[in-house]
Structure formats: C-alpha cells, structure tokens
Design a protein around this ligand. Structure first.
Ligand SMILES: O=C(O)CCC(=O)C(=O)O
Ligand SMILES: [Fe+2]
Length: 328
C-alpha cells in the first residue's frame, strides 16, 4: 500500500440531519434520523442538526445579547471574571484558556468566553450562582441568555433520546442522565476577534481538542473556522456554517460509554477566519455527577472485554476540568 488514500467523502463530510419528524413523533422519520445519527456518530463523530426545537427568535435574541456583552469595555467584563467564581461561571478573557492537546507550543486560545450553568445552591461540584452584568448595564441580557439556555437544554434531552434509539436502546435510556437537575450543563458563548495579518496561521481560535463530556450542541454564526480532524489521514476539514443549525458532537464520556463505537473527534477553530468577528456558543450536557458509565448493552462484541473501566461522571469531569482549567 504505502501511498495515502483519498478518504471517501462520507468520512469528511459532516452530515446534516433533519430532526423535525422525530420531534413531531413520526415513526418513519424517527427511524431514519436514528440511522443517520448512528452513521454520523460511528464515523465523523460530528453532524449538524436542522429542523430542531430552538426558535429562531430565541437564537437571534441570544446572539444579539452576547454581541452586546462582548462589546462592553474590558473592565466591565472583568468584573464578572470566572476567576472570582468557585463554580467556573462568568467571563474568560482572550488567552484565558489553552485547549490544544496536539501542540504544546500553540498560542493560548484567541477567544473570549462567557459561561453560564444552571443556578443551584453552592455545594456539589460546579453548583452555585452565575455571575451577571447589572441590568442597567445590559438590559435583558440575563433573560435572553436563560431563555436560550433552557431551549438548548431541551433540545439536548431530545438528542439523547435519539442517541438511545440509534443504539437500539429504549428511548428514555439516557433521561435520568440528561435531565438531572444537578447535572453538569454549561452554556459558553464565545467571541473571536478578527486576526491581524502578522498572526496569520500562528494563532488558534481554539486549539485542537476533544470535548470531554457526553454531548455538545454548538451554534455558530456564518463566519466559519470550525474544523474537524480526519484521524486516519491527519487532515483538517471545515464544518461549513449552516445558519441556525446545531453542530452536534460526541464527547469523550459518550465514546467511553459506547465502548469506542461513537467517536469523540478532535476539532479546533482556526484563525484568521476572515476580517469579521465570529460568535459561537457551545452547550455541553454532561449529565449526572453520580452516574456510573459502563459499556452500554450492545456495544461490546461477543467474547471481548470493555475497553474502559467503569467510570463515575464526577471523577471524569473533575480530572478533565483541572487539565484544561475549564471545560471543552
Ligand atoms: O467556537 C467553536 O466553533 C468551537 C468551540 C469548541 O470547540 C468548544 O468550546 O469546545
Ligand atoms: Fe469543542
């Protein structure tokens, strides 16, 4: 063999899956969406979801709110710095995170972020209050953010049901994991500045990483820059923006749960992207802290042992959070 083969396009094309029929309860549409999802998760580990339940006006209001937030003076944003928060919530300045797992010399991530989690009493890991700008500073910001948060949270629960069906499990198999009120959910908005020419090709919007949780739903604007790694080829491939769609990807926890059947794929955001600012928002539903993750029924071939020891969600998240200083 020796020579590098050209990958079949299906391996690098990110499928776009319409989930409207599934959400409406149509049996035939559900079966075909589950099959498409299974193919995507077994191959690219990435797909784009359209026909979903998050209203366009909720997305637009949210994007307008985060654009206004990131346009605030740095001193105003720093008042909400994540370093003030015992539970990893609030503002993270440009360079505050470095997710690159491939290149230890990579520049820190050239994005700023704002992280919100469910409001819970302090106590359990990552539980506690969010940090918000004063209403007089940014009227309606908190309301637009939380409206968006719960809309995507609801979509994530539906996507877990579709994942269950795609694995021939009962539809509700992941419900207790995905809907736990103390579950680990994070909604992190990002702003990427346009990159000056001298930094071209040297900086990363977000360094190469896998998401360490279970499921990510990412809303990106139309600027572009998100790329996934084709593991065997070692080549990077764009995830072309589809306005209003959710880029949906499997994280390490789900890869472990499915005994490597569903893939947690390396991805990054390159910069420069264009002369324009870019905005995106990642929603991570990483489930219930107490849950034990063990190879799912049907994911371990006859006569083989599971690839991973049983894993408690909290232990995994604690270990991975301390490695990247934040969530990816
Ligand atoms: O902003 C993006 O497009 C991707 C962000 C990302 O990969 C992450 O937050 O884990
Ligand atoms: Fe990511």
């Amino acid at each position: 063999m020796g020579s590098i083969e050209t990958p079949p396009t299906s391996e690098v094309t990110i499928p776009i899956i319409d989930v409207s029929g599934f959400l409406a309860g149509d049996a035939k549409a559900t079966a075909s969406a589950a099959l498409e999802l299974r193919n995507a998760c077994e191959n690219q580990g990435f797909l784009q979801v359209i026909g979903h339940s998050v209203p366009v006006y909720t997305q637009k209001k949210f994007l307008a709110a985060i654009t206004a937030f990131f346009a605030l003076p740095l001193e105003e944003k720093e008042k909400l710095s994540q370093s003030n928060s015992p539970c990893y919530r609030g503002y993270e300045r440009v360079g505050g995170q470095k997710l690159d797992e491939l290149d230890s010399d990579a520049t820190p991530d050239q994005k700023e972020g704002f992280s919100v989690r469910p409001e819970r009493p302090l106590g359990k890991f990552l539980a506690g209050p969010n940090q918000w700008p004063e209403e007089a500073v940014l009227p309606g910001f908190r309301e637009a953010y939380m409206e968006y948060f719960w809309a995507v949270h609801s979509l994530s629960k539906s996507m877990f049901q579709l994942i269950a069906l795609s694995l021939s499990l009962d539809r509700t198999y992941f419900d207790a994991f995905a809907a736990d009120p103390d579950g680990i959910c994070l909604c992190r908005a990002h702003h990427y500045n346009p990159t000056p020419p001298d930094a071209a090709g040297r900086t990363r919007g977000v360094g190469a990483h896998t998401d360490f949780g279970a499921l990510t739903l990412l809303l990106q604007d139309t600027v572009g820059g998100l790329e996934v790694l084709h593991k065997r080829m070692g080549t990077w491939h764009a995830v072309p923006p589809v306005e209003g769609a959710y880029v949906c990807n499997i994280g390490d926890l789900m890869q472990c749960w499915t005994n490597n059947r569903y893939r947690s794929t390396m991805h990054r955001v390159i910069s420069p992207l264009s002369q324009t600012d870019r905005y995106s928002c990642a929603f991570f539903n990483d489930g219930a802290l107490d849950m034990m993750i063990e190879a799912l029924p049907g994911c371990v071939p006859e006569g083989e042992k599971p690839a991973y020891e049983p894993l408690r969600v909290e232990k995994h998240i604690v270990e991975r959070s301390s490695m990247s200083r934040s969530h990816a």
